[in-house]
Every structure is written in structure tokens, then in C-alpha cells.
Design a protein around this ligand. Sequence first.
Ligand code: ATP
Ligand code: ATP
Ligand code: MG
Ligand code: MG
Ligand code: MG
Ligand code: MG
Length: 304
Amino acid sequence: MANSKYEYVRNFERDEILLPNTWIVVRIDGRGFHKFSNHYAFTKPNDIRALDLMNKAAAHVVTTIPEIVLGYGVSDEYSFVFHRSTNLFERRAAKLVSTVVSTFTAAYVALWPTCFTTTGDGENEGNVEGEGKAKGGLDINMLPTFDGRAVLYPSWENLRDYLSWRQVDCHINNLYNTTFWALVNQGGMSHTEAEEFLKGTVSADKNEILWSRFGVNYNNEAEMFRKGSVVFREYALESPAVDPTVHKDEKDDGETGASGTGEQPLSKTQMEKMRKTRQKAKVVVRHLDIIRDEFWVQRPWIRS
Ligand code: ATP
Ligand code: ATP
Ligand code: MG
Ligand code: MG
Ligand code: MG
Ligand code: MG
């Protein structure tokens, strides 16, 4: 194909090469999932099947693209972190973003039947009653599609703040949604009434509404709903003795780097060993606090 007279059109192609030595975050988000979730009768506010499917698709992405060190997901979005040292696709933005988006979407579609099971009458377990029930299979007129973008974070602190931002967002949205749907489903309010009712309320007010009106202690809501989902490689090095959920009340020391107790710089031999372990490592989905240092201190390989 080389040297045809048409070859010059290649020169019109422009690659955006992402700045070296920076953390690359590719964030994907479902397109029109408000409508999509209604079409397939997602349980509100949190359809477990849909979240499981997002997590399965994300685990597939992390497994098949080893340059990704972490995924964090909530609702219809997932952020994937490429290690700052990655040279995948010569760091071409379009290649990285489109590969992540299509790998995720392909897995989401392929794994759909494992989460949304088909039954004869088109009813799905755990669904709310009513119109718009999922039929088990995907409808060609309502296919899941995702957009994607790449954002660069030049420091570890910036990356940590990015992930904290997403997890705080998860908390705020989930507290709002949990209260909103309690007012609608148990409190008999219309959507507009519930929205009006919640205008100007702060977190404490919502916690109080949930508790006093519906006997719901927000802290007992599922971790997956409150914290979102983290996807990463699990190594034997992770000490089961150090369970982050055990230290709930431990005060954040404000350190943003993984410089708390426990992290030592790794020697060359250790690095080499880690690289080998990495290939064999199991990819796991957890629902943990990633704002405090603890998660990172326990898993130094994510950063190294
Ligand atoms: P856009 O195309 O701009 O992203 P969108 O409709 O997808 O539009 P988002 O802000 O991304 O808007 O919100 C996603 C919506 O999808 C949520 O507001 C919620 O209604 C729905 N949704 C996503 N995941 C779930 C889930 N697991 N359970 C219930 N609803 C969900
Ligand atoms: P990259 O990831 O860099 O794109 P690639 O293996 O996809 O690597 P391409 O240059 O895109 O390389 O070439 C696609 C290859 O896929 C072709 O060389 C051919 O071997 C194979 N292929 C694609 N479509 C067909 C087809 N319809 N029939 C047979 N082979 C095909
Ligand atoms: Mg959006
Ligand atoms: Mg969306
Ligand atoms: Mg979204
Ligand atoms: Mg190709």
C-alpha cells in the first residue's frame, strides 16, 4: 500500500500525545442513562444488577489492559487510571480513550445477560412493578453507549484529589437519591414534591429525614452505594489483618501522598518481583474509602 499517490492524506492526521510522566485518567460515562435506566426498569435509586454489570465490565478492562492500575466507578461512570510511566499507544489520547471505551462497552454488552436474566414473561427479579420492564435481552433501539475523555494529573496529590472528588460526589448523590426515593416510594410524594422538599437541605437534614420518617440509618446502606466501587490488582502482599473498615474513626492525617506508616521505597529486586506478581494478580472489586491514606498505604503497588 506504500507510496500510492493517495498516501499524502496521512499528513492530515493529528495525534494528541499526552504529556509524559503524568497520571492519565480515562473517565467514561453512560450516554443518556437516565433514559436507559428507565427503559430497562432499573430499581431506584440503586439497581444492584446494573452496578454489578458496570463492575464486571470495569474488571474486564483492568484485566485486559494491564497498564491500568485502578478503576473507580459510581452510577454510570468509571474512571480508569493509567500509571504515569505508561507508554501504551505512545500515549496517543484518541487510541487510549477509544480503546478503553470500546473495551468497556463490549464487555458491558457481552455480560448483560449475566446480570439481567431473561425470564419468559419479561420480568426481572428485584425490579419495581410497572411499565418499561426489561425483556432480558438488549433492545437495538436502546443500546448502552459510553463517552470517554482523558485527563492528566501531574502529581500524585492531584490524582488522589481527583479520586476523592469522585468518591465525595458518589456520597453526596447517593445520600440525595436515597432520601429522594424514600420520599417518593415510601412517603408517597411526587417527584416534584420530593425535589421541592429537599431544596436547601444539607447532609444532616437528609440523614435526619431518613431516620425520623423512614427509620433508615444511612450508615447501614450498602457500601457499594455509599462508597462506589474500586477495581485493582490484589496481591498476597495485602495484609488481611489490616482491614480499612475496622478503622472507621481514625482521623485523616491530611497526607495526600502514600507516605503514611507502612510504605517503604521498593528495591529493584522487589520491583522485579512485583512486576511478575502483577501478571498473575487477581483483579478485584471492593467498596472502600479511597479518600483517606489507608487504602493506598496498604497497597503501595498501585502507585509504584
Ligand atoms: P449524559 O448522557 O449526559 O451522561 P445521563 O442521563 O447518563 O446523561 P448522568 O448524569 O450520567 O446522566 O446520570 C446517570 C443516570 O443513570 C442517573 O441519574 C440514574 O438515573 C441512572 N442510573 C445509572 N446507574 C444506575 C443504577 N445502578 N441504578 C439506578 N439508576 C441508575
Ligand atoms: P492494531 O491494533 O495496531 O490495529 P491490527 O492487528 O488490528 O493491529 P491492522 O493494521 O488494523 O492491525 O490490520 C487488521 C488485520 O485484521 C488485517 O491485517 C487482517 O489480518 C485482519 N482482518 C481484518 N478484517 C479482516 C477480514 N474481514 N478478513 C480477514 N482478516 C481480516
Ligand atoms: Mg454526563
Ligand atoms: Mg451518563
Ligand atoms: Mg453519569
Ligand atoms: Mg487494527
